[in-house]
Design a protein around this ligand. Structure first.
Ligand SMILES: Cc1cc2nc3c(=O)[nH]c(=O)nc-3n(C[C@H](O)[C@H](O)[C@H](O)COP(=O)(O)OP(=O)(O)OC[C@H]3O[C@@H](n4cnc5c(N)ncnc54)[C@H](O)[C@@H]3O)c2cc1C
Length: 270
């Protein structure tokens, strides 16, 4: 499916659509890219939320998909981290955007990976696979997280080393964030694991948790339901497995209306 990005900007939009300018795009691998959009002044969101992003194809059909916002709520630009699915209706077009092009940004960010959906605790675990790192890229640059938890443990499971590059960049950016300057950002422990390449941590995080290797290799104690809280973002299968592990430790799933010990968000549908 082909589209002219210029035509996207000029196509007949619903009144609720807003097109915003692309500031930059970075291709990390053949199938992973990130892009920054100009943030409309009135666009507000909580770190960890997702929003609908879209384009119109040549037949003027609006293609909208959910995207986690990967920048923190205080940032001037909106950062997104995306897979590129071969023949994917949206990403086969979106992966070809250039600075100056425009994409549609729907105005209602939402999602459960927000602090409000968790009870207070001491340790916060952030479990991501693949592009599921996107909401956590936002969260780990939000001062609130360092004010609310004593320890934050971010795990990211990917296939290959190159798939970790975006997450590693965010960890570097975080060191330079002025808003985090007076906070103890060393509270964050990063635990990357790879499933298809030899690495310092190899294997699926769920397996490493079940075997106890995760706690041993990260140098931390086992889950404790009264002090630990968790956010999970990955495939449906991963989320299910993590939910089962966390429930097995006595932790309860939460939501904004009923905060709990852990929350889940799917990184994609399918
Ligand atoms: C709450 C939520 C948040 C999301 N946030 C992001 C995000 O931050 N970044 C992102 O890249 N995608 C995200 N997605 C997925 C996104 O909405 C699209 O599915 C994706 O951009 C592909 O769009 P498409 O139209 O090209 O292909 P689609 O027709 O939407 O997808 C085709 C197939 O590709 C696979 N797929 C889609 N997305 C992914 C993915 N991220 N990782 C692995 N496999 C995938 C699935 O098997 C899917 O059936 C999110 C989805 C949900 C529900």
């Amino acid at each position: 499916m082909k589209t002219s990005l210029k035509s996207v900007a000029k196509s007949n939009l619903d009144p609720s659509d807003e097109t915003v300018e692309v500031i930059s795009i970075t291709h990390w691998t053949d199938s992973l890219f990130s892009f920054q959009l100009k943030r409309p002044k009135s666009f507000r969101f909580k770190s960890g939320e997702f929003v609908l992003i879209g384009l119109r194809d040549t037949t003027e059909t609006l293609i909208l998909r959910a995207y986690s916002i990967a920048s923190p709520s205080w940032d001037d630009a909106l950062l997104f981290y995306s897979i590129s699915v071969k023949d994917g209706p949206l990403t086969s077009i979106l992966s070809k955007i250039n600075p100056g092009d425009r994409v549609i940004l729907k105005r209602k960010p939402t999602g459960t990976l927000v602090l409000d959906a968790l009870r207070r605790g001491k340790r916060l675990f952030l479990f991501a696979t693949g592009t599921g790192i996107a909401p956590f890229a936002s969260i780990i640059r939000d001062p609130m997280i360092y004010e609310n938890f004593d320890h934050i443990i971010l795990t990211h499971t990917c296939r290959m080393k190159r798939d970790l590059a975006f997450g590693e960049l965010i960890l570097e950016l975080r060191k330079k964030d002025l808003l985090l300057r007076d906070l103890n950002i060393k509270k964050l422990k990063y635990f990357p694991t790879l499933t298809r390449e030899k690495f310092v941590n190899t294997g699926r995080i769920t397996a490493l948790i079940s075997s106890g290797h995760f706690f041993r290799d990260a140098g931390i104690g086992d889950f404790s339901y009264d002090t630990d809280k968790a956010m999970v973002c990955g495939s449906m299968e991963f989320n299910k497995e993590m939910a089962s592990i966390l429930k097995g430790k006595g932790m309860k799933e939460g939501s904004i209306s009923s905060p709990g010990d852990f929350v889940l968000e799917r990184a994609f549908v399918g």
